[in-house]
Design a binder for this molecule. Structure first.
Ligand SMILES: Nc1ncnc2c1ncn2[C@@H]1O[C@H](COP(=O)(O)OP(=O)(O)OP(=O)(O)O)[C@@H](O)[C@H]1O
Ligand SMILES: [Mg+2]
Length: 193
């Protein structure tokens, strides 16, 4: 995939499909270019046998086709930058998918449209509680649907187009302030240890 935000959308959609009531999305960037993306849910979880082969493309509970590609491609993308993917899950409790990427690696996709992705997730599942947090050496971006609900009151649905636009604008402004420029001249090729 060309952008990390598309992977994020895919993994968060897995949480929605798994019946989660809460989905926490966290991105943490350190000064060395390492980005840790963690998506945690309280959905139905996965049994150990299933979990052991979930990054194999033929593992899916989809009924429309035989292959699930979300997690295998996510793992591949992380590993191509010298990073890794870790999935922790417990049946009936939930799942945490943590990926590490080296943003300065030539094969690391750009972040993509994080504000649009988060706004879309919230609009698509207006009754789920989402938290979003992106921290970088330059600042922090934070959004919580529970807080939004407190401000807006119970009569307003988070599926409203005005809310979508507000979330997108709010996050775009925050993301611009926290953004880290990746210098193409300082890109790293090959293995990183
Ligand atoms: N957060 C989660 N909670 C519970 N089960 C999950 C979770 N994430 C993935 N799974 C299980 O792992 C399977 C594989 O997920 P993956 O994203 O790789 O493929 P998919 O969602 O089936 O298909 P695709 O992502 O290509 O549309 C899913 O079908 C689902 O059964
Ligand atoms: Mg999927």
């Amino acid at each position: 995939m060309k952008e990390l935000s598309l992977h994020l959308l895919d993994v968060a959609k897995n949480s929605v499909t798994a019946g989660a009531r809460h989905v926490d999305i966290s991105l943490e960037e350190d000064p060395q270019g390492w980005l840790t993306v963690s998506i945690r849910d309280d959905g139905r979880g996965m049994a150990p046998e299933f979990l052991a082969r979930v990054t194999d493309p033929f593992t899916t509970t989809r009924t429309t086709r035989k292959v699930g590609l979300g997690l295998p491609l996510y793992r591949l993308t992380a590993e191509q930058t010298g990073g890794s993917l870790d999935i922790r899950s417990q049946v009936g409790r939930g799942t945490t998918v943590t990926a590490r990427f080296q943003r300065r690696h030539l094969d690391c996709p750009p972040l993509g449209d994080l504000p649009g992705t988060v706004a879309m997730l919230i609009q698509g599942s207006p009754d789920i509680e989402f938290t979003y947090r992106h921290t970088t050496p330059n600042g922090a971006v934070e959004l919580s649907t529970a807080e939004l609900r407190d401000i807006l009151g119970e009569d307003v649905s988070l599926a409203e187009p005005e809310i979508f636009a507000w979330i997108q604008d709010y996050l775009t402004e925050q993301e611009e302030q926290a953004a880290v420029d990746i210098d193409p001249a300082a890109m790293i090729e090959g293995e990183i240890t």
